[in-house]
Design a protein around this ligand. Structure first.
Ligand SMILES: Cc1ncc(COP(=O)(O)O)c(C=O)c1O
Length: 404
């Protein structure tokens, strides 16, 4: 584990660390904060364009709805996946055209469907009969995308339990859509968030091909394949994005080739709904030790308990909702770090609730009150979910850099 200062001292000196140190020194309010690296988001976008050129990203707003991030992504030309009226209006407010939005919530609020129709957001997902009846009544000219299930067993957050039609249901759903004079234009899936076994994409893309052909036979003009999210966002992801891209590109070339057997362009638009891929590694959180206790455990061992100014009701909600593991690194210089004893440690959040535990029972250099910890990869499903429970303010955001 490299300390922050080690990273600052080596040749890969970065303004992020510089900004953290500066803000720690000036932090009189003892407030946690994120430093946001826009260049990281830019790098991710460029990687995406190079590695998966056939797939247009529609950023999943739910993952991190920070206005600067959304505006930056809009300026890069991504589309957006919105799940609610507020998300749709936020994105339209950035000047994004309605055609660059997919309303990707298979179970929608009636008034939100009406609103989508009113503002010209036509592309939307569904996965059940009752939703088709709702849409037929409220937005009959919408362009519908049937969300099917794929194998989500290799993903950190699974969605099949809540969304997605079984393949056997596809025929009935597509037939009902025809009877209701609705336009089904494509197929989507979400393999689950943070997938570490990208070969599952091959199977589900093959299933999409089956649904595409079925839809065409039933008279639908099938032109959109939406491969959802699931791509890694952390710098140290076990399976890097490159590998996901390689497997997905191959599956697309097999099941959705650019030209058919007769040499004709197939004209299928392929989109995705990446969330964590874009933002996870761009956000680094700094949190301070506000209190410390040493507890003697039943086996006689001492556990050093540190109370941080952020916890699971704040940025670290991802340890509960996302099954994430906090990865602290002490803000100490190397000489100081080596002097510290290694202790059995637990990190608590600041509230009076005992569920508010950030990381339990791990070995770590001993810390003092007033010292800071740095947590990388904190951009996905963190600030957008954080509360102010017990009167603790959310970590503020410091934007480190803009794309030059
Ligand atoms: C419909 C939908 N699309 C996209 C995403 C983003 O997924 P990820 O962060 O894994 O890319 C989610 C995440 O919840 C989702 O529900």
């Amino acid at each position: 584990m490299k300390t922050l200062v080690e990273r600052v001292n080596n040749t890969q000196y970065s303004t992020i660390e510089d900004i953290i140190v500066e803000n720690v020194c000036n932090n009189k309010n003892e407030q946690p904060f994120y430093v946001v690296n826009m260049q990281d988001i830019y790098r991710k976008h460029m990687d995406w364009l190079v590695l998966m050129p056939r797939v247009k990203p529609f950023y999943a707003v739910k993952c991190n709805d920070n206005p600067e991030v959304l505006a930056f992504l809009a300026s890069l030309g991504t589309g957006f996946d919105c799940a609610s009226k507020v998300e749709i209006d936020t994105i339209l407010g950035l000047g994004v055209k309605p055609d660059n939005i997919i309303y990707a919530n298979p179970c929608k609020t009636k008034s939100f469907i009406k609103h989508a129709q009113h503002v010209g957001v036509n592309l939307m997902t569904f996965d059940n009969e009752l939703e088709l009846h709702k849409v037929a009544q409220l937005h009959p000219n919408s362009r519908l995308v049937l969300r099917i299930k794929g194998d989500d067993s290799h993903s950190r957050c699974k969605f099949n339990v809540k969304f997605g039609a079984d393949l056997e249901k596809a025929y009935d759903l597509l037939s009902l859509a025809s009877k209701l004079y609705l336009n089904v234009v494509g197929v989507s899936f979400h393999i689950g968030s943070d997938c570490d076994h990208p070969s599952v994409y091959t199977d589900v893309i093959a299933r999409c091909r089956y649904v595409f052909d079925l839809g065409a036979k039933l008279g639908h003009k099938m032109t959109i394949l939406d491969i959802g999210g699931g791509f890694p966002g952390n710098d140290n992801a076990p399976i890097p994005f490159e590998q996901h891209a390689r497997i997905i590109n191959r599956a697309l070339d097999i099941y959705f080739p650019k030209v058919d057997d007769h040499g004709n362009e197939t004209n299928v638009t392929i989109i995705a709904e990446p969330g964590r891929y874009y933002v996870a590694s761009a956000f680094t959180l700094a949190a301070m030790v506000i209190a410390k206790r040493v507890e003697t455990l039943p086996d006689g061992q001492e556990c050093f308990m540190y109370y941080l100014n952020d916890g699971v009701y704040g940025a670290f909600n991802n340890t509960i909702f996302e099954h994430a593991t906090a990865e602290p690194s002490p803000l100490l210089d190397e000489g100081e770090l080596y002097k510290r004893n290694i202790r059995l440690s637990t990190l608590w959040g600041p509230t009076c609730d005992s569920i508010d535990c950030v990381k339990r029972d791990f070995y770590f250099p001993e810390l003092n009150i007033g010292e800071w910890l740095v947590f990388p990869n904190m951009g996905a499903y963190t600030c957008c979910v954080a509360t102010t429970f017990n009167g603790f303010e959310r970590a503020k955001l410091i934007i480190a850099d803009d794309k030059e």
